[in-house]
Every structure is written in structure tokens, then in C-alpha cells.
Design a protein. Structure first.
Length: 103
């Protein structure tokens, strides 16, 4: 069984005991979170597709840790003008472990 769930504007495929890397959530590690914007559910032989979401379906997960990804570099240059700008950032993320999918 798996579900397609929307978390902070991104869609993820959630299976039981799967670990997902999602954008930063405002919860402490060890706490449980609940996502109710389930777009699709697939059982062994049945597929439910929401219009736009499935009513009553939830994905339960536990926050494992917070972190920062690798540095991304943004470089702008205009040739022959002496214009060069180098910027960078590190994207913050949260690792969650899916504990249950309820339909």
C-alpha cells in the first residue's frame, strides 16, 4: 500500500516505514505529524484518486531529524562589463519516517 501525499507544496510517494526528505517542518525530532492532503491511495488491487483530495485519508509520520543540504551556488555574469555576483545557500530539510497510512 502506498499513497501520494502533498507536503508543503511538493508531492511524495509515501509507503509504510519509508524515510522521506521534505522541506523544513516546525516540529521537534521525535514528534509525530499528520498529513491529510492525500491525492491518491493504492491498495493491493484498488486505486483511489482524489478530486482533489481523498476525504478521511491521512498519512502519519514521525520526525527523525532536521538538517541542511549541500551548498548550492548561484553565479551571475555579464560579459565584458565587469559584473560578477556569486551567491550561495543551503536548503534546510526534515527527514520523516512514515508510520501509518489510513484511508
Amino acid at each position: 500500500m502506498y499513497a501520494i501525499v502533498e507536503i508543503k507544496g511538493f508531492q511524495y510517494r509515501a509507503q509504510k516505514n519509508a524515510i522521506l526528505r521534505v522541506p523544513l517542518l516546525n516540529t521537534e525530532p521525535g514528534q509525530s505529524v499528520e498529513f491529510d492532503t492525500v491525492l491518491m491511495l493504492k491498495d493491493e488491487d484498488e486505486i483511489k484518486i482524489g478530486q482533489p483530495v481523498i476525504e478521511g485519508a491521512k498519512v502519519l509520520a514521525e520526525v527523525i531529524e532536521h538538517g541542511r543540504g549541500k551548498k548550492k551556488v548561484i553565479f551571475h555574469k555579464k560579459r565584458r562589463k565587469g559584473y560578477r555576483v556569486k551567491k550561495g545557500y543551503r536548503e534546510q530539510y526534515t527527514n520523516i519516517k512514515v508510520t501509518d497510512i489510513r484511508s
